[in-house]
Design a protein around this ligand. Structure first.
Ligand SMILES: [Ca+2]
Length: 202
């Protein structure tokens, strides 16, 4: 995973405080996700993008429940720290599935990204379903008595098996002195003009 400690870009959605850093990721380097929970396929594709030439294509493969992919992880957080994350999603089914949401989960002190330590909630809005829209949420960190220090940024799909959505242009604003991880580049970057088809039929 990439380790990012410097302010690289200032995003459009929110202006970070002076003591905060920003990282953005648009899937341009062929990466996918950091981890996942549940039965969901994540593929780097080039067919439907918000900006650039690549995006992340998610196919819900789970009969019931809510699978999710982990697109960022901030560690070293303490009580009261604020983390803001935004992402663009592509959904063309107003008021119906498939839909997706941005969500958060805590991780335990010294644990991995998969060491789940409780839900952090998120943005419950499913969006207008009329194409690309930006969703986001600000989390105020709760260490639960010092037992957790990480926050995973997740995208959850709400749909039937085989349904799909695209996401792009993730931005995370996190406190100075903490560490943010985003998906790492694929090597080599796969030509995935047909990535969506491969994801559906492999
Ligand atoms: Ca992109």
């Amino acid at each position: 995973m990439k380790k990012l400690l410097l302010i690289l870009l200032v995003g459009l959605f929110a202006v970070p405080a002076a003591n905060a850093a920003v990282v953005t990721y648009g899937w341009e380097d062929g990466g996918t996700i950091l981890s996942q929970y549940g039965d969901i396929t994540a593929t780097n594709v080039g067919d439907v993008v918000h900006t650039g030439a690549r995006s992340l294509y998610l196919v819900d493969q789970q009969a019931s429940g809510t699978p999710e992919v982990f697109v960022a992880w901030v560690v070293g957080l303490t009580d009261g720290d604020e983390v803001t994350a935004t992402i663009w999603r592509y959904d063309t089914t107003p008021g119906a599935s498939p839909s997706c949401r941005i969500w958060g989960g805590y991780t335990s002190v010294g644990g991995t990204i998969d060491d789940y330590a409780g839900s952090a909630g998120g943005n419950s809005d499913y969006g207008p379903g009329t194409g690309w829209d930006q969703t986001g949420h600000t989390w105020t960190f709760d260490s639960s008595g010092g037992t957790r220090d990480g926050l995973v940024i997740k995208v959850r799909t709400y749909s039937s098996p085989g349904d799909f959505v695209w996401v792009d242009d993730l931005e995370v604003i996190y406190p100075d002195g903490t560490t943010a991880y985003i998906p790492e580049a694929a090597s080599p970057v796969e030509d995935s003009t047909w990535g969506g088809i491969k994801a559906l039929y492999r």
